[in-house]
Design a protein around this ligand. Structure first.
Ligand SMILES: NC(=O)c1ccc[n+]([C@@H]2O[C@H](COP(=O)([O-])OP(=O)(O)OC[C@H]3O[C@@H](n4cnc5c(N)ncnc54)[C@H](OP(=O)(O)O)[C@@H]3O)[C@@H](O)[C@H]2O)c1
Length: 259
């Protein structure tokens, strides 16, 4: 018999609290909007206040529950302050999305300490520290969802992957370690793997029409990714429907990685 509540039992995020780092731009912003529209109360975390406020205003205009915290995730103190401020708004999160990321692209031989440290701090250490802060609580409450945004560069070299690719490869390993630790307690930990997505992160490549067309041709869909392409996968991984999926890397890349 058809049940009107069947889909909401699988996918609704009503009553859930989500923290989305990098939620003010690109993929993170699209994911924050998706989770909020699926019912979650969402706190977006990034540095620039104007972008954060605009994101939250757009969500509250749609009658979603959303708030923002401005924090610099490139330092341990910044991450810890962000975690406390974010969990003070709607309570401890059920869902953590790590989308904040940076891609500094000096050629391999020119990568110095500062590029290495900055990349690892934002792309890897912040997700680790946030997991340490929120994962045990999720496990204790018997439900949690940790979703990291990695990259095709976790799997192969691509336009000077340098330190960035290393950080994303490690982030996939972190997801597996977190999954091993907390899955028995109802906390799934997975990664979404983008291909090439037209966002401010890759403004340089995105503004070169020749490069854009070339990259689109490498996908199976014949187009590059849009931030909105991550909405469905994020809602799925954040909800009850994905309860038996953990430690996985799910490619949202139009077939780029298998072409
Ligand atoms: N676009 C792609 O093609 C692509 C491909 C593969 C993977 N990815 C990954 O997808 C994720 C999202 O990327 P995107 O393309 O959506 O990038 P984006 O539009 O540049 O957004 C990056 C977000 O991270 C925040 N952020 C950066 N540094 C931060 C810091 N130190 N502290 C706090 N927040 C910080 C930014 O806000 P503030 O600047 O205000 O802090 C922004 O909200 C990243 O992890 C990226 O590596 C993207």
């Amino acid at each position: 018999m058809r049940s009107p509540s069947y889909l909401s039992e699988l996918f609704s995020l009503d009553g859930r609290v989500a923290v989305v780092t990098g939620g003010s731009s690109g993929i993170g912003r699209a994911i924050a909007a998706a989770l909020a529209q699926a019912g979650a109360s969402v706190v977006v975390v990034a540095r620039k206040e104007a972008e954060l406020a605009a994101t939250v205003d757009a969500l509250t205009a749609k009658e979603c529950r959303a708030a923002w915290v401005s924090a610099d995730l490139s330092t341990r103190d910044g991450v810890r302050a962000a975690a406390e401020q974010a969990s003070a708004v709607f309570g401890e999160p059920d869902i953590l999305v790590n989308s904040a990321g940076i891609n500094l692209r000096p050629p391999m031989g020119e990568i110095g300490d500062s590029v290495w440290d900055a990349t690892m701090a934002v792309n890897l250490e912040a997700p680790f520290l946030l997991g340490q802060r929120f994962g045990p609580g999720m496990a204790e409450r018997g439900f949690g969802r940790i979703i990291h945004i990695t990259s095709q560069q976790a799997h192969r070299a691509f336009v000077q992957s340098g330190a960035y690719g290393v950080s994303k490869g490690a982030l996939e390993s972190l997801a597996r370690s977190q999954a091993e630790a907390w899955s028995p307690y109802g906390v799934t930990c997975n990664t979404l793997v983008p291909g090439f997505v037209m966002t401010p992160l890759n403004a340089r490549l995105s503004s070169d029409p020749h490069k854009v067309a070339e990259l689109a041709a490498r996908t199976m869909m014949g187009r590059n990714g849009l931030a909105e392409d991550f909405a469905g996968a994020a809602v799925f991984l954040a909800g009850r429907a994905s309860a038996y999926i953990t430690g996985q890397a799910i490619f949202v890349d139009g077939g780029l990685s298998v072409h």
